[in-house]
Design a protein around this ligand. Structure first.
Ligand code: ADP
Ligand code: ASP
Ligand code: MG
Length: 486
């Protein structure tokens, strides 16, 4: 049975125009597929406000959380009133939203009284945006006479209790999906499911990490053995750089899971990294498409890539990074130290963004987001295997305020031409390169530069290395055609 899971992000559901376009897309697609599931995120900005609200309930300003809840109520009401006012569903939707906002108020009051919040409270609060929006979007679809049912993913996606970054328990999820969704498909009803959230086996709400609605679509795609997963957002697809930062960025019509994973892992927030791993594992073709330009095909992500014959696909960046450098004493084995540090960090679930090794001074540097840095040093100090080596390497040196600029492309790290072109471009612009290395795969090439140089570095790498490379230019042709017709 032809099955499609599609997800609309916050950018595609946060105002009347966006919601109407998303609804148009569902209407246009639903006769094309035997089974279709729609995943919806919270409206853009709502999850940020909810997190602020949770933090506000612990602030000295006692009214802070209430002010934010009023702002949330107002933002949601503006959209709901514009679409549904005068409609039968209006009162019902208002009542539902008020119930959710009252629940939110109660949790915040409790946190304020107790003077502390738990990770579990944080997830209960962060989940409200999706729980509200799923009803808004399904009411809109019903207004278009689409048969659908809003479903909270707490009834579908079973996770561990790692709040704020829960992982799905796929077999338990498969069983729930199998029990809940097929009866709806049999009645030609489209399930409209909350993104971002799940629940532990005993029913406590969890969230899958920021941007996690993409992950929801992949998890459901695996359970349903979907033919395709489509991610609808506010840009034409995966581009050669973040078009929010570089308007000259061009669409990449086709890219591999590996490359797009490196992009997402290294800062491009267009897709959640874990969803890419999951769709790759189950070989589910993934598309990124533009809700506001649905005529454009978007980007197809699969095992192969249009860049198979070329090298560079895109550039991305991360700022506020700390580099922690270890030097071995003369005769020390830097490879062994590197492997042990990696293992110690992996055991503690700490994400290393890049590793740089310098043979000349027997050093190895690890890149982390700045707020992880103390925890990392502590972890390494306490690690048994490293201690048993007699800590035979120097005390770590920490360089703060670093940006990582990552170029992504098939086996780019092994391509001397790209390395020399990118290095000379940065040198010519007077940008000091602190380190060069590969991120976590040969598909990425990472430059560590000062934070203040980060944006400039991305701009010149994009314009002078990616767009100017004669081997790259064939990629841009379909995009130029697309731009010419829009
Ligand atoms: P959504 O709400 O739809 O999930 P996100 O904001 O999470 O949207 O992701 C879409 C955004 O990702 C785009 O608006 C764009 O600014 C950003 N982005 C970053 N890097 C890229 C890239 N290489 N290609 C496309 N978009 C990118
Ligand atoms: N609403 C959640 C967030 O803002 C999930 C998502 O948008 O994918 O992180
Ligand atoms: Mg997103």
């Amino acid at each position: 049975m032809k099955t499609l899971v599609m997800k609309f992000g916050g950018t595609s559901t946060s105002n009347v125009e966006a919601l109407n376009r998303a609804a148009d897309i569902v209407v246009a697609q639903h006769s094309e597929w035997d089974r279709m599931v729609v995943v919806v995120s919270a409206m853009e900005g709502v999850t940020d406000l909810l997190i602020e609200c949770a933090e506000g309930s612990l602030s000295k300003d006692k009214d802070r959380y209430q002010v934010i809840i009023d702002q949330l109520r107002n933002n949601i009401n503006v959209v709901v009133r514009a679409i549904f006012s005068g409609d039968r569903s209006y009162e019902k939707l208002n009542a539902l939203n008020n119930t959710r906002l009252q629940e939110l108020t109660n949790i915040c009051q409790r946190i304020q009284l107790q003077g502390k919040s738990s990770p579990r409270d944080m997830d209960e609060i962060a989940a409200m945006g999706e729980r509200i929006n799923v009803h808004v979007f399904s009411a809109l679809l019903r207004k278009r006479r689409v048969r659908c049912q809003a479903i909270e993913a707490t009834n579908l996606i079973v996770t561990d209790d790692c709040y704020q970054a829960a992982s799905p328990i796929q077999t338990a999820t498969d069983a729930r999906v199998d029990a809940v969704l097929p009866p709806l498909f049999a009645e030609a009803i489209i399930p409209v499911v909350t993104g971002f959230i799940g629940a532990t086996p005993n029913g406590t709400t969890t969230t899958l990490g920021r941007g996690g609605s993409d992950y929801t679509a992949a998890i459901l795609g695996v359970s349903l053995k979907a033919d395709q997963v489509w991610i609808w957002t506010d840009v034409d697809g995966i581009m050669t750089a973040d078009p929010g930062l570089i308007p000259r960025a061009r669409l990449i019509p086709e890219i591999s899971y590996n490359e797009v994973y490196q992009l997402a892992y290294s800062g491009a927030k267009v897709l959640h990294p874990k969803m890419i791993l999951l769709t790759r594992e189950w070989d589910i073709p993934l598309w990124v498409k533009n809700t506001f330009n649905s005529e454009c095909n978007g980007t197809r992500i699969s095992h192969c890539s249009l860049t198979d014959r070329y090298t560079i696909s895109a550039v991305t960046g991360l700022s506020d990074i700390n580099l922690i450098t270890f030097r071995t004493i003369p005769g020390g084995n830097v490879n062994k130290i590197k492997a042990l540090i990696r293992a110690a960090l992996k055991n503690r679930g700490t994400t290393t963004l890049a590793v740089f090794q310098a043979k000349h001074d027997r050093s190895v540097s690890f890149a982390f987001s700045a707020n992880n840095s103390n925890h990392v040093i502590q972890t390494i100090r306490e690690d048994g295997p490293l201690r048993s080596l007699g800590w035979n390497f120097s005390q770590p040196q920490v360089i703060e305020n670093v940006a990582l600029i990552t170029l992504v492309g098939r086996e780019i790290y092994l391509t001397p031409r790209v390395l020399s072109l990118a290095t000379s471009t940065l040198n010519k612009a007077g940008i000091d390169i602190k380190r060069i290395g590969n991120g976590t795969s040969p598909d990425s090439l990472v430059f560590a530069v000062a934070n203040k140089d980060g944006e400039h570095a991305i701009n010149i790498i994009h314009d002078e290395v990616i767009l100017n490379d004669p081997l790259i230019s064939p990629i841009t042709q379909p995009v130029l055609k697309h731009l010419a017709t829009n």
